[in-house]
Design a protein around this ligand. Structure first.
Ligand SMILES: [Zn+2]
Length: 363
């Protein structure tokens, strides 16, 4: 179910604490006092890390996260525990759900109860208990493959863009929601995730955003001239047709399947898709090649792994799954073909891509 985001504690905060502590002892260390020299040698004060973002208010979008510094792609900017987690099956029962949220909040410290209530879309009004359900619905995010929905203090503040600069993932190992940058972000830019599948054409995406979140998206993609929006939609619809055709042709020869997956992947690259959905055709190609084409399957696995790590972090379920079930058994094979992260055996990149998608064989 579509949901909004919640907060987690930025890793930068704990770093700040750690960095400040040593600086307290700098001016009056025992050695300095005993020698009583009139001139102190210059001491380098440890710099305090700048947090990744600040939470700011704007009239049109309410609160959102604004980058406090330049952040490179592939950075974890948030890792946060939930305020309230609810089984997904309860959500359809407003009365039971409200009771569940009320009881869950009672177990939290007062400042976290307030943090939950402040997620109400009108920040000036402290909502009554009857509004708890609405706060949860508007701000929750799916986790555990949709079995649960959760609301977070900071993550739930992240606004939507159809062309997001970040992606969220749930780390089951430590029960935390994480957010990774998928593009380089400049200081002052807003942090965005996508509340919807980024491959939906605007004709589906915009009504869904209105229905589930009650807003009209004005992101750079939705703000493009009408003919550009239509051109992008045509590509997304074509991409969907390729996917449907691929799914209906499971008995085709491997090379035909690879050709369809190559077209799907290249469409996504052409659309400048940067989220982990870009790994899907590579992941499917890995499965197609797993038995009959050996090393190709391993290389597709490596490429999908690289995208998942960048977008969802090294602890995400997809990353662990590829590492344990695909890459570990063929580690020796990968070493033998001298994979350097971009190509194999020192092949030029274009030649490598032709080989990878089955257009030619290794000499
Ligand atoms: Zn948009």
């Amino acid at each position: 179910m579509p949901s909004k985001v919640t907060t987690k504690r930025p890793t930068a905060k704990s770093s700040i604490k750690d960095a400040v502590k040593p600086s307290k002892g700098i001016a009056t260390s025992p050695e300095t006092t005993l020698t009583a020299k009139p001139i102190r040698t210059p001491t380098k004060i440890p710099s305090t890390p700048i947090p990744f973002f600040t939470i700011e208010y704007s009239l049109d979008k309410g609160q959102g996260l604004i980058a406090a510094r330049n952040i490179p792609a592939g950075t974890c900017i948030l890792s946060e525990s939930a305020l309230v987690v609810m089984p997904q099956k309860l959500i359809k029962h407003p009365h039971k759900a409200s009771q569940f949220i009320y009881n869950a909040l009672k177990k939290l410290p007062l400042h976290l109860q307030d943090a939950f209530r402040q997620l109400h879309r009108n920040n000036d009004i402290i909502p009554t208990e009857t509004a708890l359900y609405e706060i949860f619905l508007v701000n929750c995010a799916d986790r555990q493959d949709g079995a649960e929905a959760a609301v977070y203090k900071t993550f739930s503040r992240i606004n939507h863009s159809c062309d997001p600069n970040c992606e969220q993932a749930f780390e089951a190992k430590n029960n935390k929601q994480v957010v990774y940058t998928i593009r380089d972000i400049k200081k002052g830019e807003e942090i965005y995730i996508s509340y919807r599948n980024v491959l939906e054409p605007s004709t589906l995406r915009l009504p869904n955003l209105k229905r589930h979140y009650d807003f009209v998206c004005k992101c750079p993609v939705c703000d493009m001239p009408e003919e550009k929006i239509q051109e992008r939609d045509r590509k997304l619809i074509q991409l969907d047709k390729i996917t449907s055709f691929y799914n209906s042709q499971q008995t085709r020869p491997i090379r035909s399947k690879l050709e369809l997956l190559r077209r799907k992947y290249e469409f996504m690259v052409d659309l400048d898709i940067k989220t982990s959905v870009l790994a899907q055709p590579l992941f499917e190609a890995m499965n197609v090649c797993a038995e009959d084409m050996g090393v190709r399957g391993a290389i597709f696995g490596l490429l999908a792994h690289k995208i998942y790590v960048r977008c969802c972090g090294p602890e995400s379920v997809d990353v662990k799954d590829i590492e344990e079930t695909v890459l570990e058994p063929v580690r020796d094979m990968i070493i033998a073909v001298r994979w350097d992260g971009e190509t194999i055996l020192g092949m030029p990149k274009t030649e490598f891509m032709d080989w990878l998608w089955g257009k030619c064989e290794l000499a």
